[in-house]
Design a protein around this ligand. Structure first.
Ligand code: HEC
Length: 177
């Protein structure tokens, strides 16, 4: 048996560490880790459609991000809000890779090009987050441009009529001047 180190001896004396922790697993313990018990659980699904996720999360969070690059937040609360929007875009890029209740969702989520576009949206969201944390308006504008590219690339491929209100709400944006 290996000699306990001075620290282990002290811990044993204090009743914190018991030597049984070093003894080999008993058969009863090994039986608990049967391969079937370790099977991967099914991937989670979204309780709503990808389209609803697009409207309620993606569009809702991305528009204020674009606006923030035109009309930068003026106080701590405003920059915090911009950070939250960026988190939402970054995380939703991953969420829309899960299947929701929409009729096309499973087909989309299984397409490698969908994953690529959704990941690109997530990366743009992380860029926006870093920009918001640094209160760097120029970097936020660049992240916004990257974000538009991700929206457009995916809509062109999977939503060919390109009628997305969210993307073409630019008339609502405040003037840059
Ligand atoms: C990975 C692909 C993908 C990305 C990335 C993506 N979209 Fe979508 N989006 C879709 C698809 C597909 C639909 C249509 C869903 C349906 O009709 O069931 C949609 C629907 C929408 C809708 C609601 C439908 C409509 O016509 O208005 C809005 C708004 C929208 N997207 C905005 C955005 C914005 C803004 C971004 C970027 C910040 C974005 N989307 C990024 C694929 C994507």
């Amino acid at each position: 048996m290996i000699r306990p180190t001075a620290l282990q001896s002290a811990l044993i004396a204090a009743g914190i560490l018991t030597l049984s922790a070093c003894s080999p697993m008993k058969p009863a313990d090994t039986a608990a880790v049967k391969p079937e018990a370790a099977a991967t659980p099914a991937a989670p699904t979204l309780p709503v459609s990808i389209n609803a996720t697009m409207v309620a999360l993606v569009d809702h969070a991305s528009e204020p991000l674009w606006v923030a690059a035109y009309k930068p937040p003026k106080d701590d609360a405003g920059w915090k809000e911009t950070q939250y929007n960026a988190y939402q875009v970054a995380v939703t890029g991953k969420l829309i890779q899960l299947v929701g209740t929409g009729p096309e969702d499973a087909k989309w989520a299984a397409n490698p090009s969908w994953k690529q576009n959704a990941d690109a949206m997530s990366v743009a969201g992380m860029d926006a987050l870093k920009a918001a944390q640094a209160r760097d308006v120029k970097a936020l504008d660049e992240a916004g441009a990257k974000l538009v590219e991700a929206c457009e690339a995916c809509h062109k491929e999977f939503k060919p009529s390109l009628t997305t209100g969210g993307l073409y709400k630019s008339t609502n944006y405040p003037s840059k001047k």
